[in-house]
Design a protein around this ligand. Structure first.
Ligand SMILES: Cc1cc2nc3c(=O)[nH]c(=O)nc-3n(C[C@H](O)[C@H](O)[C@H](O)COP(=O)(O)O)c2cc1C
Length: 209
C-alpha cells in the first residue's frame, strides 16, 4: 500500500469484497482492534449501538463453518437455470479459512429498551445500524490494506448455535478479515459476468422518483 494517507473517497473507491486474494496471513491484534473500534463508532438509531462482534480464529470452527457455507453454495448453484449456473460456477463466495479470522456481527433488537428514539416509526433502522457498523469496519480495513469479505451463504439458526449466540440476538454477517496482496479494481461479480454496477445517473432522481 502507498505510504500517503488515502482520502475517504480513495478508500471508498478501493474497497472490494475480497474472496480469493487472502494471503493466509492473519491480521494483527492491533489492526483488528482498530477495525472493531471503527465499527463501534458507527451511527445507530437512538444511539442503541445494537451490534456485538464475535471474533472467530479457532481453525476447527473456521473449517466447520466453511463446510456449511460450501453446502449452502451447492444448494444455490443447484437452484439456478443452466446458463446462470455456468456463470456462477467459477465465482468464489467466501474466504472463511484462508482469511484466518471471522468477525461475526450480530444485532440485538432489545438493546435500548422499549422506547427507541427513531425506531418507533421504522423498525428496520435497528438492523440498518448494524449495516453501518459493518461498512465502517470494511472501509477502515481498506484503509489499512486489509481485506474483508461478507459471507451470507449460511443458515441463520446454524450460525446462532455454532457460536452460542443467545436469543433474541441475530447474526447478521460473517466477515472474513485477512491480509491481502492487493485489491481487485472491479467487483468479482462484474468480472465474472454475474451482474454489473448501475450507472449513478440511473440511481439519481430529481424531485420525484
Ligand atoms: C449484505 C451483503 C451480503 C453479501 N454476501 C456475500 C456472500 O455471501 N458471498 C460473497 O461472495 N459476497 C457477498 N457479498 C459481497 C457482494 O457480492 C459485493 O459487495 C458486490 O458484488 C459488489 O462488489 P464489491 O463489494 O467488491 O464492490 C455481500 C455483500 C453484502 C452487502
Amino acid at each position: 500500500m502507498s505510504e500517503s494517507t488515502p482520502s475517504v473517497y480513495d478508500v471508498i473507491g478501493m474497497r472490494r469484497d475480497v474472496r480469493a486474494e487472502f494471503t493466509g496471513q492473519v491480521v494483527s491484534h492491533d489492526v483488528l482492534g482498530r477495525l472493531l473500534g471503527a465499527a463501534h463508532s458507527a451511527p445507530s438509531v437512538g444511539n442503541t449501538q445494537p451490534w456485538d462482534f464475535v471474533v472467530v480464529r479457532d481453525r476447527a470452527t473456521l473449517a466447520t463453518f466453511a463446510a456449511h457455507v460450501a453446502e449452502a453454495r451447492r444448494r444455490f448453484a443447484d437452484s439456478l437455470p443452466p446458463e446462470r449456473k455456468s456463470t456462477f460456477d467459477p465465482i468464489k463466495i467466501e474466504g472463511v479459512e484462508e482469511s484466518g479470522t471471522g468477525v461475526v456481527v450480530t444485532y440485538d433488537p432489545t438493546r435500548g429498551g422499549a422506547h427507541i428514539l427513531g425506531r418507533h416509526t421504522i423498525d428496520e433502522t435497528g438492523l440498518l445500524s448494524v449495516g453501518l457498523a459493518i461498512e465502517n469496519l470494511w472501509l477502515a480495513a481498506t484503509a489499512e490494506g486489509v481485506g474483508v469479505g461478507w459471507v451470507s451463504f449460511y443458515d441463520e439458526q446454524y450460525l446462532t448455535e455454532l457460536l452460542e449466540i443467545p436469543a433474541p440476538v441475530r447474526p447478521i454477517a460473517w466477515l472474513c478479515v485477512g491480509e491481502v496482496e492487493r485489491f481487485q479494481e472491479t467487483p468479482d461479480l462484474e468480472r465474472f459476468g454475474w451482474r454489473e454496477r448501475r450507472p449513478l445517473a440511473d440511481a439519481v432522481h430529481l424531485e420525484k422518483f
